[in-house]
Every structure is written in C-alpha cells, then in structure tokens.
Design a protein around this ligand. Structure first.
Ligand SMILES: [Zn+2]
Length: 173
C-alpha cells in the first residue's frame, strides 16, 4: 500500500549536486513585524517613563512596592492594591562589565550593565539598565545612582527613555 507521505518523500541532496548547484535556491528578504502586548502593569510603567516618571505597584498586605510593576503579588497570592510614584534614584543591586556587544563583537570601551533597585521599592528586584558617567572600576554594589533621561520630545514610552543611571550623591536624592 502506498501512502501520500511515501509518494512525496524528499530526496537528500548529494555533495556532488551541492557543488554543482543542482538544487533550487530561492533568495528573498523577509519583513517580520510583530506586536507585543505589554500588559496593564508594564503598559502603565512605560507610559510613566514617557513623562520621566517611575511608577511601582504596592501590595498593602506585605507592604512591598514592586518595580518593575506587576498587578499580582506572588507572595500574598492576590492582586496588589495601588500605584505608587517613585523617584528616579536607586542603588546598584548587581552589575556586570561587558566587553562585547549584543552580537558578540568586541567593544572598544566596556559598558556597565546593572540591576537598579529604585529607592522606596522593595529590595531584591529592579530594572536592568546601563551605568554611565562612571568608570567600570568605580562601580560598586550599593552605589547610589540617578536616572539620566532623554529629552521629552525623544521619549517614546520605552525603558530607553532613561539613557542610563549615573552615580549620585545623597544630596540629590
Ligand atoms: Zn503582597
């Protein structure tokens, strides 16, 4: 009994056929577009960034403020309660000095990528961002930092509305 599968089974291309170019090759460019729903919490967070504001969600039961925000408290197993506007200062939770770009090519100058705990948000969570205006040798865990924002007409409601975080002194906080 013959089946459709065996009727249309593929045939392996041999090395000789590859070298001789005896196969069908179609060259084309794709334009892949997609949309990503940010969800209620991150949508509100990004809208805040466009206005140079940092917002978190507070859970009244465990008293935590979540940044980046989410609508549900994973410790209390319940929806959390309200929005809280925070400042644009924080501390370095952890960091890494990178000598390569996202495509693994080597950089002339290293960049410092850090997790920033926003002040008044609960510790142990934060936003991943760049550290600027600081030599990698001077970045420390716990170092106070402040956001450097793009100009209002450049902000799009993205995490890159903050250019980077720079070292700050307590007087600025
Ligand atoms: Zn909670």
């Amino acid at each position: 009994m013959s089946s459709r599968i065996s009727t249309y089974r593929g045939v392996e291309i041999s090395s000789e056929e590859m070298k001789a170019g005896r196969y069908l090759l179609t060259d084309y460019e794709t334009e892949l577009r997609y949309s990503w729903s940010s969800g209620v919490a991150i949508g509100r967070f990004l809208a805040g960034l466009k206005k140079a504001e940092v917002w978190g969600r507070r859970c009244d039961r465990c008293k935590r403020v979540l940044v980046p925000p989410r609508m549900y408290c994973e410790l209390c197993f319940r929806p959390n309660d309200h929005w809280v506007r925070l400042g644009d200062t924080g501390r370095v939770n952890t960091y890494s000095v990178s000598h390569v770009n996202a495509d693994a090519s080597r950089r002339e100058e290293p960049i410092v990528v850090a997790v920033i705990e926003i002040d008044r948000a609960s510790p142990g969570m934060g936003i991943l961002h760049l550290i600027g205006e600081a030599s990698p040798d001077h970045v420390r865990i716990g170092m106070p930092v402040k956001a450097v924002w793009r100009d209002a007409d450049e902000r799009t409601g993205a995490i890159t509305d903050i250019r980077y975080f720079r070292p700050s002194s307590h007087g600025e906080r």
